[in-house]
Design a protein around this ligand. Structure first.
Ligand code: SF4
Ligand code: SF4
Length: 190
């Protein structure tokens, strides 16, 4: 048969030596490595009983923030959804009615806001894209479940509770705040 390339290589099956055929040196070598690791400090932890400390910049479950008066900051501009490389965010925008100023900060808000945690890669681009400081990633883990539908997080699980504010100061570094104040950037003018 005609070879596809000229890089073919003839493989010769090497005969095993007497020592190799005994297998004992290989078994002893393997046991030596096992014993070496047996007495070393373990790198595994008994999760979930024991939890590892996260890095200050760890990116976990998202939170949709409220402003200082408790109104939702998100204005359903869609920039987070556009920035998301995993297409994990969907939303439905709605107009704020008279009398709802205490609920929603802007004239437009997200009546539906969903993140598919199975698609999300926790890259943080939604947070970077948001001009309203409305979405942040926290150091909370997304709990595992066997049902796919339970990974679709809606506003009920994303919007921060009024009585239990989520501290996101670790994610608002000086550099990030400076970047977001730069009005020469289109998305900071929204
Ligand atoms: S963290 Fe990344 S992947 Fe997840 S929703 Fe935000 S932009 Fe999308
Ligand atoms: S970018 Fe911010 S304000 Fe715009 S839809 Fe996303 S979370 Fe809401």
């Amino acid at each position: 048969m005609q070879p596809l390339t000229n890089r073919s290589k003839v493989v010769v099956k090497k005969q095993m030596t007497f020592m190799e055929r005994l297998y004992i040196p290989a078994i002893l070598g393997g046991m030596r490595i096992t014993l070496q690791h047996f007495f070393k400090k373990k790198v595994t932890i008994n999760y979930p009983e024991v939890k590892r400390d996260f890095a200050p910049v760890y990116r976990g479950k998202h939170v949709l923030k409220r402003d200082e008066n408790g109104a939702e900051r998100c204005t359903a501009c869609g920039l987070c959804a556009v920035a998301c490389p995993a297409e994990a965010i969907t939303m439905v925008a709605a107009e704020r009615n008279n009398g709802e100023e205490k609920l929603y900060r802007e004239e437009k808000y997200a009546s539906v806001y969903e993140i598919n945690m199975l698609r999300c890669i926790f890259c943080g681009l939604c947070e970077e894209a948001c001009p309203k400081e409305a979405i942040f990633l926290t150091d909370e883990l997304v709990p595992t479940t066997f049902k796919r539908a339970e990974y679709i997080y809606g506003k009920d699980r994303l919007v921060e509770p009024t009585d239990k504010r989520v501290d996101v100061s670790k994610r608002q570094t000086k550099e990030v705040l400076k970047f977001k104040e730069d009005k020469s950037l289109q998305h900071n003018r929204l």
